[in-house]
Design a protein around this ligand. Structure first.
Ligand code: ADP
Length: 594
């Protein structure tokens, strides 16, 4: 139990150390210096009081051991002014180190938060896509936002606790030098007190973990509400969902309240209890040892001050535990991302020359196999359509070719390279991905296409060139603010066909040579359907295109069609060939012609 707890506390320290390295020790060193100068300054109050009440230096025999030692080693005349000056110097030095300590703590806290955010942003960027699809998106949002803030608070609390612990240590050491037995009795009392508080700590930690869990789930619900707003409104389910959300809010609030109550109780009872310990110790000490109060006066002074720091230490420790749930949450989030990064090879992908080739490829989600023994070659500048009923594995097949999913069995070659040998980002630089509901960012049309490149004449003409190829130019021309028009949720209305053109323009801007497209399944009006069809016809022969097709018009335009059935390739051929040889395909075509 003790061992586990020590390891746990060290694991927190290690977590901070991992981000900040040697810097964590600088804070501790500064705390020691603050405590040392404060303690030395304080010790000089005793001779100061004695001198001011008429006692002289020869009376130092009456002082406790530590004061005697200190005064003897000072080697200077014990006058009121000298002592006063020395106290002033010591406390000024303490002030200097205190400033450095506080400044350092704020600075390192900010640095720590930035490092966590940056690391998680990078880890998420490189995270395996398949794992991502099973991830709770509410948790991602919560961890990257509110939880990181709480971890930064936890960092502040942890090092404040450590700061106070160092002060307690320095003061207790000084007090021990002054009077060993009295100090030991007080320490013993302190240990008992801490033991009494331990159940408080446990509960606080428990509530803190619950807090993180509930806020993850609140964020998850909130995101679902936003994403499915239209559906919830149209079906009148918005009320029910809002009720669920409010229940979550209430639960989070309840936990916060409990954490607050615990903190308040602890804050309130700590001082009277510690006074009890100190005075109880004096009583015990005087009863056991036949000594006078004056021999322990410095020790008492130092211990009393250390009791204050001890209380501060406990308070911050409890506050740290109150945020430690977030620490665990963020830690396990980063661990998960770190454990499953996307794999990438070393070879840079320069130019696409011949083909993308799958050879006897199988793929499973969890343990259910959704692609079976797929062999397929997509040649340069070919337009290949994938058809098949819903769930037959079309999206999975496309995602494997796009390098988002890794093959389980079989091989994937890009020209003559094994896909796994390729540096993945150099491959992605050459591929475009145009999804069913094309992505529009809430920003200007230029930024939407250039992906926030600098707006200079070179990039501008590149944007116009890409827009021309994607047949987006007439749309841009029709806008009053042209490429500066804001799109997205606050921007102009943009039709499905235009969205797709925008998406294509974005991919062509970055010089994509291979386009992966997922045609919209929703019922498009005939004008949009015509637009989409002409978008693809426009690109045919100039780019390598893989398209998940739902419409006859698209399929007719393709060079070859792959018919997927339950994860297997049923047939490959041109439109006419498939009509002739596949009953399944004929049935699909007939259904669409109805
Ligand atoms: P299609 O695009 O033809 O509709 P998919 O490739 O999307 O087919 O899906 C093929 C099968 O894999 C389906 O049974 C689907 O339920 C399953 N599937 C798809 N994505 C996942 C996932 N992330 N986790 C588990 N199963 C999945």
């Amino acid at each position: 139990m003790f061992k586990i707890s020590v390891r746990k506390h060290f694991s927190n320290f290690y977590y901070f150390y991992d981000y900040l390295g040697i810097k964590v020790f600088i804070g501790i060193l500064l705390s020691i210096l603050v405590g040392l100068f404060d303690g030395l300054g304080l010790a000089l109050f005793i001779p100061l009081i004695q001198l001011s009440t008429g006692n002289h230096s020869e009376d130092i025999e009456n002082l406790d051991r530590y004061s005697q030692w200190f005064i003897r080693h000072l080697n200077f005349e014990l006058s009121l002014l000298n002592i006063f000056l020395l106290i002033l110097i010591l406390f000024s030095l303490k002030g200097l180190f205190k400033f450095a300590d506080l400044y350092f703590r704020v600075w390192s806290q900010q640095l720590f938060m930035r490092k966590i955010r940056n690391r998680n942003i990078d880890l998420l960027r490189d995270y395996n896509f398949q794992r991502f699809t099973n991830f709770d998106t509410g948790r991602i949002q919560n961890v990257m936002g509110a939880e990181t803030n709480r971890v930064s608070q936890a960092y502040g609390k942890y090092f404040k606790t450590l700061h106070y612990a160092v002060l307690v240590f320095v003061y207790v050491t000084l007090a021990m030098l002054s009077s060993v037995w009295f100090s030991l009795i007080v320490i013993f009392g302190g240990i008992i007190l801490n033991f009494l508080f331990s159940s408080f700590y446990k509960r606080t930690k428990y509530f803190s973990q619950n807090f993180s869990k509930e806020s993850n789930s609140f964020q998850g619900l909130l995101m679902q509400k936003i994403n499915n707003f239209q559906y919830l409104k149209a079906t009148g389910s918005a009320h029910k969902f809002s009720f669920k959300l409010k229940q979550k809010v209430k639960r989070v609030e309840n936990i916060q309240l409990k954490l607050g109550v615990y903190e308040a109780i602890l804050g309130a009872v700590r001082e009277p209890l510690t006074i009890l310990v100190v005075f109880g110790s004096i009583f015990v000490f005087l009863a056991i040892f036949a000594e006078t109060l004056s021999s322990i006066i410095l020790s008492l002074l130092l211990l009393y001050r250390s009791v204050g720091f001890f209380a501060g230490m406990q308070e911050h420790w409890n506050a740290f535990l109150g945020t430690s749930g977030s620490l665990e949450n963020v830690q396990s989030f980063s661990d998960e991302l770190m454990k499953h990064p996307e794999k990438s090879g070393e070879n840079k992908f320069e130019n696409f020359e011949r083909s993308l080739k799958l050879s006897n490829v199988s793929f499973s989600y969890n343990s259910s196999e959704v692609l079976k023994d797929i062999s397929l070659e997509l040649f340069r500048n070919e337009t290949l359509a994938i058809v098949g009923e819903s769930g037959s594995g079309k999206t999975t097949l496309m995602n494997i070719l796009a390098g988002i999913l890794e093959v389980d069995r079989g091989s994937y070659f890009v020209d003559d390279h094994q896909f796994s040998d390729l540096e993945i980002n150099s491959f992605r630089g050459k591929t475009g991905y145009i999804v069913q509901d094309p992505v529009v960012f809430n920003d200007t049309l230029f930024n939407n296409i250039s992906f926030w490149d600098e707006k200079n004449p070179g990039n501008l003409s590149k944007m116009f060139e890409a827009s021309k190829k994607a047949a987006l130019s007439p749309f841009i021309e029709s806008l009053e603010l042209k490429e500066d028009t804001i799109l997205g949720f606050n921007g102009v209305n943009i039709s499905g066909g235009q969205k797709q053109r925008l998406s294509i323009a974005r991919e062509l801007y970055k010089d994509a040579e291979i386009l992966f497209m997922d045609e919209a399944t929703s019922n498009l009006d005939s004008e949009t359907e015509y637009e989409v069809q002409s978008n693809i016809a426009n690109l045919k022969g100039k780019f390598t295109i893989l398209i998940i097709a739902h419409r006859l018009s698209t399929v007719k335009n393709a060079d070859r069609i792959v018919l997927l059935k339950k994860g297997r390739i049923e047939k490959i051929g041109s439109y006419d060939e498939l009509l002739e040889t596949s009953r399944e395909f004929r049935r699909m075509v007939e259904l669409q012609e109805l």
